[in-house]
Design a protein around this ligand. Structure first.
Ligand SMILES: *Cc1c(COP(=O)(O)O)cnc(C)c1O
Length: 353
């Protein structure tokens, strides 16, 4: 069945191996973030032997799929107060930033007589989740220490998400300082000082990671083989472990400019067209319902994507050396977003090679 997401497990194994070695050489543990491929168990179970220390995901539904995999699991999105039963069931550690939620977690844990581990999020300026003021963090910890069934095991930060802030020795160094302050002030041992995601790899590779960071949470660098502060490929890692393969359903020569008065397209945008004469156009059976066309790069460098509506994507194949015809397959590399949406689409078949 097409479209098909082809997953090369040996390439993924190699990527995990390289990145886990890089982390372990610097005494940093590796949490493998599995959300980009919806935490498919068939993939994760083949990678656990390659040097992963934790499995991390933003969705409790994903961690639930991995419940039989014998590695500690971290919920990296701060939990919804409505999902706490599942949080304590399917995650060993959850990232938190709200006293109200932590209090509710404690109550559920008390009733079940279990201890749940939490990591507190600190916001170093990217302005997504986490405590922004140290005082606020300290006040909360004072309260959390009264909760008998909650154990604070670490502190974490997230950068390069909302604010696009690049990890540096200065901002990441501040996390280490805060961790030390918390340990001294509250007599805690913070096993996990989680310095960031794939955007922190460049800092680590250049040997500038502040001492005291003990963990990184890595998704994109493993699945797509690149760091995300500057978008550089990681030496020895593969960028094409995931490939999207689509099928041609129509192939015709047509003008490049639509005929008639231009209104708005299927998504309410007013398009502009450049006259490039008659083009050889191929339609492939995939669309905006599955993927954003900007998240695809054709493997054939002579193909350009002209546009897409909900179920059709139109390619300009005029310059290609291959004579595309009905039933032919066209391959694409994906961005992280493209990998996520095609993984999520039930209309895209997944094949592990
Ligand atoms: C998605 C996510 C990550 C992983 O990010 P990558 O860029 O894929 O490495 C790490 N931490 C949190 C909190 C996340 O939401």
């Amino acid at each position: 069945m097409y479209p098909k997401l082809e997953i090369d497990i040996n390439k993924l194994k190699q990527n995990v191996k390289i990145i886990s070695r890089m982390c372990h050489d610097k005494n940093i543990s590796l949490a493998f973030v599995t959300k980009s491929f919806c935490a498919r168990k068939e993939i994760v179970e083949k990678l656990v032997e390659e040097g992963i220390d934790y499995i991390a995901d933003s969705r409790i539904n994903n961690l639930k799929k991995l419940k039989d995999i014998n590695l500690p699991k971290i919920l990296i999105r701060i939990p919804m107060i409505s999902e706490l039963e599942d949080v304590i069931k399917y995650s060993d550690i959850s990232f938190n930033s709200e006293l109200k939620t932590i209090k509710a977690l404690n109550e559920i844990c008390e009733s079940k007589n279990i201890i749940h581990n939490i990591v507190l999020m600190f916001d170093l300026g990217d302005l997504r989740e986490g405590y922004f003021y140290e005082e606020d963090l300290f006040n909360n910890i004072e309260n959390i220490q009264k909760f008998k069934n909650i154990k604070i095991v670490g502190i974490a930060t997230n950068l390069t998400c909302y604010g696009a802030i690049i990890p540096s020795e200065i901002n990441t160094g501040r996390l280490v300082e805060i961790a030390k302050n918390v340990e001294n002030k509250f007599g805690l041992n913070l096993e996990i000082v989680s310095g960031g995601n794939s955007s922190s790899l460049d800092l680590m590779m250049n040997d500038n990671m502040p001492k005291g960071v003990t963990n990184l949470r890595i998704g994109e660098s493993i699945v797509l083989g690149r760091e995300t502060a500057y978008g550089k490929n990681i030496e020895g890692a593969y960028q094409d472990a995931f490939k999207l393969v689509c099928e041609v359903v129509e192939c015709k020569e047509k003008p490049s400019v639509p005929i008639g008065e231009i209104g708005v397209d299927a998504f309410g945008n007013k398009p502009v067209y450049e006259d490039r004469g008659i083009l050889k156009r191929a339609i492939i059976a995939i669309g905006k319902q599955d993927i954003d066309m900007d998240s695809l790069t054709p493997v054939d460098p002579f193909i350009t994507i002209l546009g897409a509506s909900s179920d059709h994507m139109i390619l300009d194949v005029t310059k290609s050396n291959q004579k595309y015809n009905i039933g032919d397959k066209v391959e694409f590399l994906l961005t992280y977003g493209g990998l996520m949406s095609s993984s999520t689409s039930e209309y895209v078949e997944k094949i592990i090679n």
